[in-house]
Ligand binder design. Structure first.
Ligand code: UTP
Length: 288
């Protein structure tokens, strides 16, 4: 029924207004969690899930993102001359050897659905993954790899979901859930950014998707939804009944790095997971 997911789209053309002034000159996706920018964590998660085609939907103002994945001859020569092999390896920025890179511009930030539509030439007629780099999931198996394993059986549109506090539903696409088996929830309907009293559940979509290629036709109608933006949630809702649609309860902890507190929490969580005993002790002292 379904196919291997080799293409991943990174919509990175947003304004990052929730994180000003940090995002005035530095793209949100270039903010580092511990020692790597958010976009590199996202690329590594996709590579670990088996993706080899990486599509960046970016904007002319956010050139730093593509520079991060390009060659850096000045650095390379200097590090080679100094024999710094460990640092040379770090210049590769997490891309697998066989990676194909595509860059496309979203002329204006018209919404996530529109950003995904901008990737249509690279995604073609196969299902593809989408990662929003500002949502990080901490787990030994990456969130996208977990989803890809389930996609084999369900196909269609698959989204990562988790329960959020009822007063926060207005920030998410929210599921009207149907039957549930193991970690998969059938989706009967979707509402983008509902007020708590209008939300069909508290099961919210986070920044990981595997989408049927048909989504591009639906998006090409450019229908505006919540906030006047072209929403991916609305396009997925339109496809319910035409292609299977499931939510996937992923394993791991999600951090919303698009705002200050979530970003700081992610830095602490990843630092604690990676750092040595000395760092852990100093962090605990700070908390005390
Ligand atoms: P957000 O909803 O976090 O929006 O986008 P944003 O513009 O980045 O940030 P705020 O809300 O103004 O603070 C989630 C992801 O979708 C991308 C963003 O770059 C981010 O990776 N995006 C969003 C686009 O590429 N284009 C858009 O029109 C909107």
């Amino acid at each position: 029924m379904s196919q291997k997911i080799d293409t991943v789209v990174f919509p990175v053309a947003g304004m990052g207004t929730r994180f000003l002034p940090a995002t005035k000159a530095v793209p949100k996706e270039m903010l580092p969690v511990v020692d790597k920018p958010l976009i590199q964590w996202a690329v590594e998660e996709a590579a670990a899930a088996g993706c080899t085609r990486f599509v960046f939907v970016t904007s002319p103002e956010k050139g730093a993102i593509m520079s991060h994945f390009g060659d850096a001859p000045h650095y390379q020569e200097m590090l080679e001359a100094r024999g710094k092999t460990r640092e040379l390896a770090l210049l590769k920025a997490g891309l697998p050897k066989n990676a194909e890179i595509f860059e496309t511009y979203q002329d204006a930030p018209l919404g996530l659905g529109h950003a995904i539509w901008c990737a249509r030439e690279a995604t073609g007629d196969k299902p593809f993954a989408v990662i929003l780099p500002d949502d990080m999931v901490q787990h030994q198996t990456g969130c996208l790899a977990q989803m890809a394993a389930h996609y084999e059986t369900v196909g269609g549109n698959l989204v990562a979901v988790e329960n959020v506090p009822s007063e926060e539903t207005y920030r998410y696409g929210v599921l009207n859930p149907g039957a549930e088996t193991d970690d998969l929830v059938e989706v009967k309907g979707l509402v983008e950014k509902p007020a708590p009293e209008d939300a069909p559940s508290t099961l919210a979509i986070i920044g990981r998707y595997i989408l049927d290629a048909k989504i591009m036709d639906t998006l090409s109608a450019f229908k505006k939804g919540a906030g006047g933006e072209i929403q991916i949630t609305d396009a997925m809702a339109e496809l319910i009944g035409h292609v299977p649609m499931h939510g996937f309860r992923f394993a791991g902890t999600r951090y919303d790095c698009g705002n200050r507190d979530g970003f700081l929490e992610a830095n602490l969580a990843f630092a604690l997971a990676q750092g040595g005993d000395e760092l852990k002790q100093r962090l605990r002292q700070l908390l005390d």
